[in-house]
Design a binder for this molecule. Structure first.
Ligand SMILES: *[C@@H]1O[C@H](CO)[C@@H](O)[C@H](O)[C@H]1NC(C)=O
Ligand SMILES: *[C@@H]1O[C@H](CO)[C@@H](O)[C@H](O)[C@H]1NC(C)=O
Ligand SMILES: *[C@@H]1O[C@H](CO)[C@@H](O)[C@H](O)[C@H]1NC(C)=O
Ligand SMILES: *[C@@H]1O[C@H](CO)[C@@H](O)[C@H](O)[C@H]1NC(C)=O
Length: 619
């Protein structure tokens, strides 16, 4: 207690003085046991009395850091001293009270701990990440973590250095205690050029040699929509086979935008002025850029489609780009040839000369290339042919051989047009030709000459016979009229007794024929058609008169006195059998049986043999 009061008193009286009584200076971090100074000697104390006078440190902040050697009076370091631990401020002085008794003396000793550059500048973190948008103007400052160095004075942080780069600079603001670094943008950022900048900030203290600490700075450049989309090609030229099924991929557009995120997300669309036909035929996937077949692709309808397209990013506001797609449709052999027949006449006369043109055949094909090329064929075995004309794909249908209506009057001609596509397509058309009649045939009689057997005593004016001729032509060319050829000469004189029906060939005899006076005669019948000029045929008729039993036999011998065939013959007695009595002679004008005579006898044996023939009969 006593000492406590005393020390309080002395502090009051000598406070200021005491600080200045003895003053030493040592560097921090000194070796334990290292000498600070000889306090006893400096105070003028007798070294030999120190033990008896109980030479000691009695109080003072952190007095345990030091100790006194009673043998030589030296103040030495008892514990390792860390200046930065002891003192917050730059100046670091430790005040000690050294006491000796008998008589009691208190001495004030100040030990200044001097700084040693034993600390490195350190950043609160090893790395710092910044995000800076690319539209930020140059000159803008960004605060960076400050480095700290607990060392004092020049051993504290003195400068900051930034790794070499074109874009950023470092600027330091001195605050009360710290130097606060700012990153300054020197040039505009371009994310598309460099999206991330890795810098190293070094903080250095002023020691010699200096100590340093590093901070890794990562600057991520944030995107702004400062780039427009770009199509991979200005114009996409593709070919597409016609009739391609719905869903067929035609082309995939590819527009890219070097920006990031939404600013680089592309949306495709058809141009505003797109034709409806294009919209009906093709679809566009706004995300993938795929153009696919949606409708009917017909080469014959449209050979080339031109599509205007737009690619737009999703930035705010968006940027757009224009593109073009040219789709060339490739022809496929999907059309049959068309055959058009211009008939000059459906009915041609049979006497038309070979080579005469009867129809024009025009053949077309809507396809192109070899798919247009058409070959034409005509059915075999008709007397017609196709001959090419000067004009391509126009053929003449001509008569090839001799026509004959009587042989064949109607033709169905098949015309086949085949294109050269793969596979080839054909069209078949038929054309009916009727052959009209020409008077090229004369009437003919079925047989010639005709043998006509005619019984005598015919009734005059009655039909005796009928002739018939036939003409294979048609209509008036086949309409026949008959006449009897009345010529001169004895052979033909009988014909004057004959009449013929012009129309039906019935022949009448105006006279009754008598076999006994005329046995045969000959005449000709002419059949003539009504064609222009007319044609005729004739037949010779050999007429034979047939006998009728129209004459009675006449007995020429023996004749009675009144002319009857009655006679008396004298026959001698006893004549042997076989004795010729008489000969009967008779005559009959008729022919054949009609002229054959039979003698019928009746009689009786009396004294006279009376032989009476009652009749002579003819056939
Ligand atoms: C800091 O960057 C350097 C290269 O510049 C690298 O080697 C080091 O590992 C980085 N340190 C940290 C903590 O990321
Ligand atoms: C689009 O084009 C870019 C660059 O030309 C390329 O890297 C990318 O692979 C293309 N995308 C497609 C889907 O072809
Ligand atoms: C009768 O026909 C023959 C042969 O067909 C012909 O030669 C003759 O001139 C014809 N006679 C008459 C008078 O028509
Ligand atoms: C002819 O004479 C015979 C006998 O002399 C007689 O029987 C017959 O009646 C006579 N005929 C005629 C027609 O007078």
């Amino acid at each position: 207690m006593r000492y406590g009061w005393l020390s309080g008193f002395l502090l009051l009286c000598f406070g200021k003085l005491a600080l200045a009584q003895l003053r030493y200076s040592i560097a921090e971090e000194g070796r334990v046991g290292s000498v600070v100074g000889n306090v006893a000697k400096d105070l003028g104390l007798d070294i030999s009395t120190l033990v008896d006078r109980r030479y000691r440190i009695v109080s003072g902040t952190n007095h345990a850091l030091f100790n006194l050697n009673l043998n030589n009076g030296v103040l030495y370091v008892e514990k390792k001293i860390d200046r930065e631990e002891l003192c917050e401020t730059t100046a670091c002085v430790i005040n000690l009270k050294v006491l000796v008794e008998n008589p009691l003396e208190i001495h004030y000793v100040a030990v200044e701990i001097t700084d040693v550059n034993d600390h490195y500048p350190t950043f609160p973190d090893t790395e710092q990440h910044l995000e800076i948008s690319e539209h930020i103007p140059p000159g803008t400052r960004f605060q960076i973590h400050a480095a700290r160095d607990p060392d004092a004075g020049i051993h504290a942080v003195r400068v900051y250095r930034l790794s070499a780069n074109d874009i950023f600079d470092i600027d330091v603001t001195d605050s009360e205690e710290d130097k606060i670094p700012f990153l300054v943008l020197k040039k505009p950022l371009d994310r598309e050029d460099k999206a991330e900048h890795a810098l190293v900030l070094t903080a250095l203290d002023g020691g010699n040699p200096f100590k340093s600490g590093k901070l890794n700075l990562t600057i991520t450049v944030l995107d702004t929509n400062d780039n427009r989309p770009i199509f991979s090609q200005d114009t996409y030229t593709v070919s597409l086979v016609e009739n391609a099924p719905v869903g067929t991929l035609v082309v995939t557009l590819n527009a890219t935008d070097v920006d990031l995120g939404l600013n680089s997300e592309i949306e495709y669309s058809f141009g505003k002025t797109q034709k409806k036909k294009v919209l009906d035929t093709f679809s566009l996937d706004s995300i993938t850029g795929e153009i696919r077949v949606k409708g009917t692709v017909d080469f014959e309808d449209t050979e080339t489609y031109r599509l205007g397209l737009q690619a737009s990013d999703r930035g705010q506001p968006p940027w757009t780009a224009e593109g073009r797609v040219i789709i060339k449709i490739k022809d496929v052999n999907d059309n049959k040839p068309d055959i058009e027949i211009t008939s000059l006449s459906n009915v041609v006369p049979e006497d038309l000369k070979p080579g005469s043109v009867i129809a024009l055949i025009s053949v077309t094909d809507r396809d192109t290339g070899v798919n247009g090329k058409v070959n034409c064929q005509i059915s075999q075995q008709v007397p017609f042919d196709l001959t090419p004309s000067i004009q391509e794909n126009i053929y003449s249908l001509v008569v090839k051989g001799q026509l004959d209506r009587e042989l064949k009057s109607d033709y169905d001609i098949t015309i086949t047009a085949t294109d050269c596509g793969q596979p080839p397509l054909s069209t078949v058309t038929s054309l009916s030709i009727r052959i009209s009649d020409v008077n090229d045939n004369a009437p003919t009689f079925s047989r010639s000459p005709i043998e006509l057997y005619l019984v005598e005593n015919n009734i005059p004016g009655a039909s005796i016979f009928s002739v018939s001729a036939f003409d294979i032509d048609l209509n008036e060319n086949a309409a026949i009229s008959y006449r009897i050829l009345r010529g001169d000469g004895p052979k033909n004189e009988m014909s004057s007794f004959l009449n013929i029906n012009n129309d039906d060939g019935q022949i009448l005899a105006v006279k009754s024929f008598d076999f006994e006076s005329l046995k045969s005669f000959q005449f000709k019948v002419v059949a003539m058609d009504s064609g222009t000029p007319p044609r005729s045929g004739n037949v010779t008729v050999n007429a034979f008169i047939l006998d009728q039993n129209d004459n009675a036999p006449v007995i020429l011998y023996p004749l009675s006195s009144n002319g009857t065939a009655e006679g008396m013959e004298e026959v001698p007695r006893n004549v042997p059998a076989g004795h010729l009595v008489t000969k009967v002679r008779a005559y009959d004008a008729d022919l054949g049986y009609n002229g054959w005579l039979l003698v019928l006898t009746t009689g009786s044996y009396v004294t006279t043999v009376s032989l009476v023939w009652t009749a002579i009969l003819d056939g």
